[in-house]
Design a protein around this ligand. Structure first.
Ligand SMILES: *Cc1c(COP(=O)(O)O)cnc(C)c1O
Length: 376
């Protein structure tokens, strides 16, 4: 919380517009469109919902294929699976958990329709390479930018710096409480960059009706015209989000300061080979969504998490591979995804949130230093 969240929620209540698409929703959507140049923004009740809208907009036929990294949250895959698509899981890079573009082209078949890059930890995927492959094969690109608010990609070819979420045809952000900014616990954003999808996105958002066109005066009554669902958040959530957006720069600068403190204190141990630190390719900016370590093996990660816990520090590992999950294992084509498995076994996240203090980060680093010293 940065100060005005409860105030704006109270205002939403007193102004008596509580259902979706009210003044706070519109204000938030315009903020994103203005600040990041996104063509059309629609707030959703979660990042998962925004991904589900993306999947619906891709208009997949049964069995068409969608390429998704295996090292991601369940929702990335589930959104497309529910539309009848076949999910083809891709491996991560050696240098960071993002999708390995070197392997991407070998996964494309005549049935491939969509590529879903996930900007893990808010760090950009290699979007020039991904957009180039997508253009050559006539594929859609949906950015899972759930962790990537206020993060950027610099193109190798045009040298332009572009906000993540503005590059693919569609993108999804999350405002869950674990992300950099939150809409009061749960929330998300659909971004439509390709104008062909705007009209249908508004219809899907409003339960399959052309209500948006009716309110603009484009039609004189509204009705059921397509598929859809109820994807709009309540105004109370948009009001909470608005308070966070007013302080976005402050939130981001605090997070980056914490991130840098971790990095500077832990770099010497990474240089000695104790663990790998977050990797920022030359084309990626840092939105300080997460600070993670990659340990040499599972046993070392388990003991470090335990050691931190003994010092009252909560650290957690992250995704389990989706391709070998209980739900998907027998649907997967059997390919090994070694980098994904490595991150599943060895990546761990250190505390990172707006209220955290620099001294606390230093304390965490001190405990890690002690752990390393004990094992030398
Ligand atoms: C958080 C997250 C989601 C889901 O967002 P929710 O708002 O929790 O539904 C999807 N993909 C990734 C990569 C995420 O980190």
């Amino acid at each position: 919380m940065t100060g005005k969240e409860a105030h704006y929620m109270y205002k939403a209540v007193m102004d008596e517009h509580l259902s979706g698409n009210g003044p706070f929703t519109k204000q938030c959507q315009h903020f994103f469109e203005d600040r990041y140049g996104f063509k059309k923004c629609l707030l959703t009740t979660s990042g998962t919902d925004a991904l589900e809208m993306c999947a619906m907009l891709c208009d997949l036929k049964q069995g068409e294929e969608v390429i998704i990294p295996s090292y991601t949250f369940v929702s990335t895959a589930l959104a497309f699976l529910r539309e009848g698509a076949k999910v083809v899981f891709a491996d991560s890079m050696k240098r960071n958990p993002n999708i390995d573009v070197e392997l991407l082209e070998s996964l494309i078949t005549p049935r491939t329709k969509v590529i879903v890059p996930v900007h893990y930890a808010g760090v950009a995927c290699d979007m020039d390479a991904i957009m180039d492959i997508a253009n050559r094969h006539n594929l859609l690109v949906v950015e899972d930018a759930a962790q990537a608010i206020d993060s950027y990609y610099t193109s190798h070819t045009t040298h332009q710096t572009l906000p993540l979420g503005s590059i693919g045809h569609l993108a999804a952000f999350s405002f869950h409480e674990t992300k950099n900014i939150t809409a009061g616990g749960e929330g998300g954003l659909l971004v439509v960059n390709d104008e062909r999808f705007i009209r249908r996105a508004e219809i899907i958002w409003e339960k399959g009706t052309n209500r948006a066109e009716f309110f603009r005066g484009a039609v004189n009554k509204y009705g059921w015209v397509d598929m859809g669902s109820s994807f709009l958040p309540a105004e109370i959530n948009a009001a909470f989000l608005w308070a966070q957006l007013e302080n976005l720069d402050e939130i981001q600068s605090k997070r980056k300061q914490l991130w840098d403190t971790y990095f500077n204190h832990l770099k010497p141990f990474a240089d000695k080979g104790c663990f790998q630190l977050p990797d920022l390719p030359e084309y990626a900016s840092n939105n300080a969504h997460m600070f993670y370590l990659v340990l040499p093996d599972l046993e070392k990660r388990t003991t470090l998490i335990k050691f931190l816990k003994e010092h009252d520090i909560q650290s957690v590992f992250h995704y389990l591979s989706l391709h070998s999950s209980a739900y998907y294992e027998d649907k997967h084509d059997g390919r090994q995804l070694p980098e994904c498995e490595r991150y599943a076994d060895t990546l761990m996240r250190l505390p990172m949130f707006y209220d955290l203090e620099t001294e606390e980060v230093e304390k965490v680093c001190g405990v890690i230093k002690e752990f390393v010293a004990n094992r030398e």
